[in-house]
Design a protein around this ligand. Structure first.
Ligand code: PLP
Length: 389
């Protein structure tokens, strides 16, 4: 049976093919250390796990759930937004729980885009934005994040584009893969741009609590709700990637539009997951202090590894990765990473997965224990001694 035309340009996610290669190498005895993937290896807090298992052991928690989640989850999300970002949201109308924020990228695209519409996609950026745009029948139009300007937006390029067909712009700060934190000034410029050109700004914000002292929400910009939908998630902030718990916030009108689509796709979120999510959202600042202290230790180990490889990087990055420029004289990011994979049995993600502006960069994940990172560091240091000298 032939696949649908809409899958024509959609290929297997880079990582699934690479993971298969790594699996084959491991089957042959290689013991590859995977520093490519950003799935937190640490557990959620004990309170969160207890809330999940307690609810799951009851007899009356297994039915379909409301498409909008239980009111207590929505209230916990809006309290968290208030405490964390000083953003006031109405829990009845301005927030919608999602099965992870990735599905939100898809729901927003399906809910707002028509064939012929264009969508602004950051390069480098999360590959899902472009793929889902295509699946919705619209056209991804790439805009440049400027390496010389801490991966901020190249406004000259953007303002010279024909924006007449653009309906959505994807934005993501703290940025994946570059680790750039963004700023309130940048968010104000983006909101003004959206307003001026009648573009729905979709801000993807899952990394704001990782290695970042000043968590920001674009919804804190005055009047932002008119033009901004913001995705957020417990995957990274609370080590709950496998739980699939995220949400989208914005105006009642925009949220209703997403809900019209979403309510025809899934049948609500497992109630024990919602109860665990509430417990996570109630965690105090000590949770983030502990989490970030661990990531700082890991970051130091990864930076040492990158130093050994002759890479350069900004020390100020937020999020679960370190984004680094490979040394001059390297042929390409992919060849650099493939060689390290074959020679040192350590997998790093080549920057080109995230767009052509990722050429010349690698992304290293912090989602491995210090023990694994030390072992990877030893292999890399030995590899670097032989090849770089
Ligand atoms: C930029 C970005 N957005 C969204 C997601 C998806 O996160 P979630 O687990 O909430 O679906 C990821 C996950 O890697 C990501 O890197």
């Amino acid at each position: 049976m032939q696949a649908a035309d809409r899958l024509g340009n959609v290929h297997e996610y880079y990582f699934s093919a690479k993971l298969e290669e790594i699996r084959r190498m491991n089957a042959a005895g290689a013991d590859v250390l995977n520093l490519g993937i950003g799935s937190p290896d640490l557990p959620p807090s004990p309170k969160v796990k207890a809330a999940l298992s307690e609810e799951a052991s009851k007899d009356d928690t297994h039915a379909y759930q409301s498409y909008k989640g239980v009111p207590e989850l929505r209230a916990a999300i809006t309290d968290y937004y208030d405490r964390t970002y000083k953003v006031n949201l109405n829990p009845e109308t301005e927030v919608l729980p999602l099965l992870g924020s990735k599905e939100g990228v898809s729901h927003i695209s399906m809910a707002f885009l028509n064939p012929g519409d264009e969508v602004l996609i950051p390069d480098p950026g999360y590959p899902t934005y472009a793929v889902v745009t295509q699946l919705a029948g619209a056209k991804p139009t790439v805009y440049t994040l400027d390496a010389e300007n801490d991966w901020g937006i190249d406004w000259d390029q953007l303002n010279n584009m024909d924006l007449s067909k653009v309906k959505i712009m994807w934005v993501n700060y703290p940025n994946m893969p570059t680790g750039s934190k963004g700023s309130m000034e940048l968010f104000e410029e983006i909101v003004a741009f959206g307003r001026q050109h009648n573009i729905l700004i979709c801000h993807d914000n899952p990394y704001s609590r990782i290695l970042n002292d000043e968590p920001l929400s674009m919804l804190a910009v005055l009047g932002a709700k008119d033009v901004v939908l913001e995705l957020n998630s417990l995957s990274k902030s609370h080590n709950m990637a496998g739980w699939r718990l995220g949400w989208v916030s914005g105006s009642e009108e925009h949220i209703d539009t997403v809900l019209r689509y979403k309510s025809n796709i899934d049948s609500g979120m497992f109630l024990p997951v919602q109860r665990g999510g509430i417990a996570a959202l109630e965690e105090g600042e000590d949770w983030f202090e502990q989490l970030n202290s661990e990531y700082r230790t890991r970051k130091d180990l990864v930076c040492q590894m990158l130093d050994d490889l002759g890479c350069s990087y900004s020390p100020e990055q937020a999020g679960l990765f370190i984004w680094a420029r490979i040394g001059d004289g390297q042929e390409s990011s992919e060849i650099f990473c493939d060689t390290i994979l074959q020679e040192a049995k350590v997998f790093l993600a080549p920057g080109t997965i995230f767009g052509k502006n990722g050429e010349g960069y690698v992304r290293v994940s912090l989602c491995n224990s210090p023990k694994v990172l030390i072992k990877a560091g030893q292999r890399i240091s030995e590899y670097a001694r032989i090849t770089i000298g």
